[in-house]
Design a protein around this ligand. Structure first.
Ligand code: A5P
Length: 229
């Protein structure tokens, strides 16, 4: 990642963290942009702000702990004020998303759904008029019988490929599941496709986030703008 892209991510993160107020319970996203927001929240906690965080991954939990942010589970705090997270792609004007290239999509979606607002932070390279990338959409599936689930996903028109670690082992999510990255035809509409994936046996969750975004903070060289859903 080049320095100017990092600066854009930081600008988006700072802009979103302005929404965090004393006493809030905040969902903490995962990924290189969300990490910067967690750092900003950590800085506020050091200055005395009382924030409780609900992390969307083990990585983010470790980061939050190291910054002195109090973290709890959804069992302890099932309703959040807001969640700040990154995204792999943001569709304009719907603000629908593709998420999960970092592998945390299930917990990200659960935490986002538990909050009043989902605030997304991106640099402008993530914007698109239609949800589609050549990496497709990540789909989290149960390891048991995963090949059958992959076949069912393929019958819907996707091309599922099992995500692997650099040493060739299947990638495991924090929940112990597998991910298949599913290329799809650019003409496919994400909302109905998401509904179809919801009904595939063996699918735990998919990376289409439809109708969930409250606002997006988009950083560009000219500054940060906010789109509201
Ligand atoms: C994690 O599973 C993802 O959904 C991330 O939120 C997404 O990949 C954005 O990550 P970056 O901010 O690193 O691009």
């Amino acid at each position: 990642m080049n320095q100017s892209a990092d600066l854009l991510k930081l600008a988006a993160a700072k802009s979103a963290v302005e929404l965090v107020k004393d006493g809030m319970i905040v969902g903490l996203g995962t990924g290189s942009t969300a990490t910067l927001a967690v750092n900003e929240i950590g800085a506020r906690v050091k200055q005395g702000m009382r924030i409780i965080g609900v992390p969307t991954s083990e990585r983010t939990a470790a980061q939050a702990r190291s910054l002195g942010i109090k973290i709890v589970t959804l069992e302890e705090e099932p309703a959040l004020d807001l969640t700040i997270d990154g995204a792999d792609q943001v569709e304009q004007p719907t603000l629908n998303l593709i998420k999960g290239y970092g592998g945390a999509l299930l917990r990200e979606k659960i935490v986002a759904s538990a909050g009043k607002r989902l605030v997304i932070i991106v640099d402008e390279s993530k914007l698109a008029p239609k949800l589609w990338t050549d990496k497709g959409v990540p789909v989290e599936i149960v390891a048991f019988g995963w090949q059958s689930a992959a076949l069912r996903i393929a019958k819907l028109g996707f091309k599922p490929v099992l995500r692997r670690t650099p040493d060739g082992e299947p990638f495991r999510t924090d929940g112990g599941n597998f991910i298949v990255d599913c290329e799809f035809d650019p003409s496919l509409s994400a909302a109905p496709a998401a509904e179809q994936l919801d009904h595939v046996v063996g699918v735990v969750e998919h990376g289409f986030f439809i109708g969930m975004t409250s606002e997006v903070h988009i950083a560009a060289a000219a500054g940060v703008r906010v789109l509201k859903g």
